[in-house]
Design a binder for this molecule. Structure first.
Ligand SMILES: Cc1ncc(C[n+]2csc(CCOP(=O)(O)OP(=O)(O)O)c2C)c(N)n1
Ligand SMILES: [Mg+2]
Length: 453
């Protein structure tokens, strides 16, 4: 008898209390995947576009040597810069996580284990290329030279906050660094990057765009719109899907469906897909260079899947012990990106434990000093405070009447609050010139007094 149709519900390979199981991952040996000419047409690639999208590009082997056709042959000095950026990213993350636990910032997102994904890619691109990051790409911020103080000010929503208190912590931007603003609405950066790349092509520029989303975010329609536009117009861009196996508590199989890889979505749209070891600094660098060369030569977009693992919780609001085995990270077969690059440098005779300890101490000191400076711009408990009147700025050139009325109401409220705190009984309307600075912190106290009075 034919079996009735049934809904297929994917299940992760292991849940809490079970043994971690990564047997579902298709791994290739380092050096095993051929490297097609970046100018090759999709249907004339060797290996075939589908093989490229389902094998795994790797350069660093188990003995920490760089092998095979994707070896980018970087100088030791460049590798050391990469290690420095990755270590700074990790130390910054650890410090900000602790800071959140101390109640000094409200929210944070770590990228532990995914440092190479951002650092190697940013180093492989040109400074004028435009980057459209997600919230777990702090390595892009580091390589592009965003100041730690600026990042911390954003996390603190203080008077130095680049977002003027209007964004969730971690949603940085950097126009000088050519880093597009991060959005909490998943995958929006993909069509934005493609649109930017199309504009660059229309203007005849040599600049390309690159963007990063998580594998879970590839379930968003924006992912598919972006791929179609990128394919049709051969937009000069690199679209990266960071497959860290988890989308909060949802395992990657939900967004992958029955597809053998996320990179394999590319050929379906007429775009090459590269499946890359995201914990291999050299492989990420080489894949990004390949895709950038292709884009700059007018051959259009590349989809890169970076196979990695989210070692930390999704965010400071998450507890992964509730949905995956506690020791899953330790069983991850592709290791730690920092450790692998460090071991590679040691094998080359270009690094050692003493230098590593000195670099760690130097970067820790840099992070500590930046935190001290950031706190002088205000913390969650101590001033100076952001001016709440800023909420009326930067949208309209001329404030519409209804918002002008609201601004006036805020002005009265704050002036009244300030007067009440100072023990004055002046009518709120006579508060003089508008000055919101420093008043926000008193508001809660005043409303409490109002109730009691
Ligand atoms: C459009 C949209 N849908 C849902 C969410 C809620 N949300 C925030 S992060 C997240 C998981 C994203 O996972 P993934 O894309 O794999 O990225 P990762 O966090 O693993 O880096 C979800 C569902 C959101 N922010 N925006
Ligand atoms: Mg994910």
């Amino acid at each position: 008898m034919p079996r009735p149709s049934r809904l297929h519900i994917p299940h992760p390979s292991a849940r809490p209390g079970e043994a971690p199981d990564f047997s579902y991952l298709r791994l290739s040996a380092a050096g095993a995947v051929a490297r097609p000419d970046p100018s090759a047409r999709l249907d004339a690639m060797t290996p075939s576009a589908m093989d490229l999208a389902t094998q795994l590009v790797r350069v660093l082997d188990d003995d920490h040597r760089a092998v095979g056709p994707w070896n980018p042959h970087l100088e030791p000095a460049e590798l050391q810069v990469g290690l420095r950026h990755m270590l700074l990213t990790r130390l910054f993350d650890e410090r900000m996580q602790k800071t959140q636990r101390q109640g000094r910032i409200s929210f944070y997102v770590k990228c532990t284990g995914e440092e190479a994904v951002s650092v190697a890619a940013a180093m492989a691109l040109e400074p004028h290329d435009m980057l459209f990051p997600g919230y777990r790409n702090q390595g892009l911020q580091m390589v592009r030279g965003q100041s730690l103080v600026a990042l911390m000010n954003q996390l603190l929503s203080n008077t130095g906050d680049m977002c003027k208190g209007r964004q969730l912590p971690v949603m940085y931007h950097g126009s000088d660094a050519r880093l597009f603003s991060i959005s909490g609405n998943l995958a929006t950066q993909f069509p934005q990057a493609v649109g930017w790349a199309m504009a660059a092509a229309i203007k005849g520029e040599d600049h390309i765009a690159a963007s990063w989303i998580g594998e879970g975010s590839s379930a968003e329609a924006d992912f598919h719109h972006a791929l179609l536009f990128a394919s049709t117009y051969r937009a000069p861009c690199i679209l990266n899907v960071v497959n860290n196996q988890w989308a909060i508590s949802t395992f990657q199989g939900f967004a992958a469906g029955e597809s053998p890889s996320f990179a394999a979505r590319g050929p379906g749209y007429g775009i090459p897909g590269l499946r890359v070891d995201g914990n291999d600094f050299l492989a990420v660098y080489a894949a990004t260079r390949w895709a950038a060369a292709r884009a700059r030569k007018g051959h259009g977009a590349t989809l890169i899947e970076l196979v990695t693992y989210r070692v930390a919780a999704h965010s400071t609001s998450d507890d992964p012990a509730r949905y995956r085995p506690r020791d899953e990270a330790e069983q991850w077969p592709l290791g730690c990106p920092l450790e692998r690059l460090r071991q590679h440098l040691c094998a080359l005779g270009e690094w050692d434990d003493t230098r590593h300890a000195a670099l760690t101490a130097e970067l820790e000191q840099q992070v500590n000093a930046a935190w001290k400076t950031a706190c002088t711009f205000g913390t969650m408990t101590e001033g100076p405070k952001l001016d709440p009147g800023l909420m009326f700025e930067d949208v309209y050139e001329t404030l519409p009447p209804h918002l002008a009325r609201q601004r006036e109401a805020l002005r009265r409220e704050l002036a009244g609050a300030a007067a009440a705190v100072a023990g004055h009984n002046e009518p709120a309307g006579d508060a003089g010139p508008m000055d919101y600075t420093g008043h926000l912190g008193h508001l809660g106290h005043v409303s409490h007094m109002d109730k009691g009075a």
